[in-house]
Design a protein around this ligand. Structure first.
Ligand code: BMA
Length: 344
């Protein structure tokens, strides 16, 4: 006779299957929520998972993006070197936690060599599996003007660069993992040339990943931890309720910027329409590796891995602009949290 407990478990799994719309990822990095933890997001006990000096020449490795790759994992890492050049490097991992990062920055193949021209570096990459390849977006220092660089790879060995997505100044370009109503879709954060003291999230669409338009406002800064500026983080996660957009928010304290992160739920067909948005943050800089480093008081998420079968989500974020960290949540808890703690 069937064990009723198993039946209950089966129902939960089936319900969860209907929450994340995406592939199963049985080997998603995971640690159970610590006993007694009441938070919806909890940190890995292994943090920081990537130390600042993993490469002989690195000053810091942070704000980085990862994706499932050939039953394992691969990614693009922000590595600032010991001359303080900001660069992006590829990396691979068997478990999503221990990473082998290439010593050399990514060298993009460009059809038109002008596309590859940049000064002052590349930083804050995102990686997005879309249709048949991995797309990479990053903040690209095009002739001294920050904007959204765009490229792709099939194997994390050869990388191809496309036209910059937008005119300067712009940062935090984040692609959606599928076309929406037939169009490629990207979130971004128009900015200025410095440590921008403002910033709203916008949505743009494109028929070909070169020409972008139909720009729509998604959300503005509001109160508290997200009162100065906001920017999209990982590739949005598709759920039956809408897109989960994890995003960073900045507060200006008497001692400078404080970067935390939260989540919003966006309409599935019109993602510029915000259904819910967390009033409290999900994670704010509180540990030593988030509060002490090259830029204190920063948690900056750039990637999330999720498993549709269990609803597990592993989020990768930079700590204090110095190291790379991991935190976890579960999709049903996250959805409950954003619904019951929403500003909207
Ligand atoms: C932003 C970006 C991020 C950085 C953050 C905090 O403007 O440059 O790379 O993590 O500032 O310094």
């Amino acid at each position: 006779m069937a064990n009723p407990n198993n039946l209950v478990n089966l129902t939960v799994v089936q319900e969860r299957n209907q929450i994340i719309i995406g592939p199963k990822l049985a080997n998603v990095p995971w640690e159970d929520k610590p006993e007694g933890c009441k938070d919806v997001v909890w940190r890995s006990v292994l943090n920081p998972i990537i130390p600042r000096n993993l490469l002989p020449s690195s000053n810091s490795i942070f704000n980085s993006a990862v994706a499932p790759f050939k039953e394992k994992f691969a990614g693009v890492f922000r590595c600032d070197d010991n001359r303080r050049n900001m660069q992006i490097h590829s990396g691979e991992s068997d478990d999503g936690i221990n990473w082998r990062i290439s010593a050399k920055p990514i060298s993009f193949i460009c059809k038109d060599p002008e596309i590859g021209e940049y000064t002052y570096g590349r930083y804050d990459p995102r990686v997005c599996w879309l249709e048949d390849r991995y797309y990479i977006t990053w903040c690209n220092g095009y002739k001294g003007y920050p904007t959204i660089g765009l490229g792709y790879t099939y194997d994390f060995k050869e990388f191809f660069q496309l036209e910059n997505a937008f005119l300067p100044f712009n940062r935090n370009g984040v692609l959606f993992p599928r076309r929406i109503k037939g169009k490629y879709a990207m979130l971004s954060r128009p900015s200025d040339n410095g440590h921008t003291p403002f910033g709203d999230i916008f949505y743009s669409e494109s028929p070909d990943l070169t020409h972008w338009g139909c720009h729509r406002l998604v959300m503005k800064p509001t109160e508290g931890w997200q009162s100065t500026k906001i920017g999209a983080g990982p590739t949005p996660i598709e759920t039956t309720e809408g897109w989960l957009m994890i995003y960073h928010g900045v507060l200006t304290s008497c001692n400078g910027f404080v970067y935390s992160f939260g989540v919003a739920l966006l309409d599935i067909d019109q993602p510029w329409k915000v259904i819910y948005r967390t009033a409290p943050y999900l994670l704010s800089p509180q540990t030593l590796y988030e509060c002490v480093g090259d830029v204190p008081n920063v948690v900056f998420p750039c990637a999330a891995l999720s498993d549709a079968a269990t609803g597990r989500i592993a989020m990768y974020y930079g700590g204090a602009d110095t190291v790379t960290c991991l935190a976890y949540t579960q999709v049903d808890e996250l959805l409950d949290f954003v619904k019951s703690n929403s500003l909207i």
